[in-house]
Design a protein around this ligand. Structure first.
Ligand code: FEO
Length: 167
């Protein structure tokens, strides 16, 4: 595996680990404030990010590279509102998308079409996760500060038509 690309994939492991830890922290925030539906949503998101991370770990190791498991900084847990919680979700996904786009760009520069092909799954996944984050934020904007709206949002969040993992 091309060393520069291996390094970028190892960096990507760190970003996925960071997202997983962030969403676990967001699940805790929601869980301790009575938002059980939102907590379940972020527990699931956290697990999905771990899967994204592990997929990269296995890919690197299977191609004679060395996956490095990173230390992860303490994630944010100081959210002032549901709006801030979901803005953080969208920001996190946009950040990861930017990093994936950079990996794709570098794959093309190095003519590494193997990794380029592997990364297409992440491109599709990011499209869906950003769409989910935007849909949920849009709903929260409609609800505003209405407490009964927040109650219904929490009750229904896991039934909204949000995107699924690509196959
Ligand atoms: Fe795996 Fe949502 O970034």
């Amino acid at each position: 595996m091309i060393k520069e690309i291996e390094q970028l994939l190892n960096d990507q492991i760190k970003y996925e680990a960071k997202a997983s830890a962030q969403y676990l922290s967001m699940a805790c925030w929601a869980d301790t404030r009575g938002y059980n539906g939102i907590a379940d949503f972020f527990y699931t998101q956290s697990e999905e990010e771990r899967v994204h991370m592990t997929k990269l770990v296995k890919f690197i190791n299977e191609r004679s590279g060395n996956a490095v498991i990173p230390a992860v900084d303490k994630p944010r847990d100081d959210f002032k509102s549901l709006m801030e919680l979901f803005e953080t979700f969208l920001e996190s996904e946009e950040f990861v998308t930017g990093k994936i786009n950079n990996v794709i760009y570098e794959c093309l520069q190095h003519k590494d079409y193997n990794v380029h092909n592997f990364m297409q799954w992440y491109v599709a996944e990011q499209l869906e996760e950003e769409a989910t984050a935007r849909t949920l934020l849009d709903k929260l904007k409609i609800i505003g500060d209405d407490k009964s709206g927040h109650y219904l949002f929490d009750r229904d969040i896991n039934t909204f038509q949000v995107a699924e993992e690509p196959k």
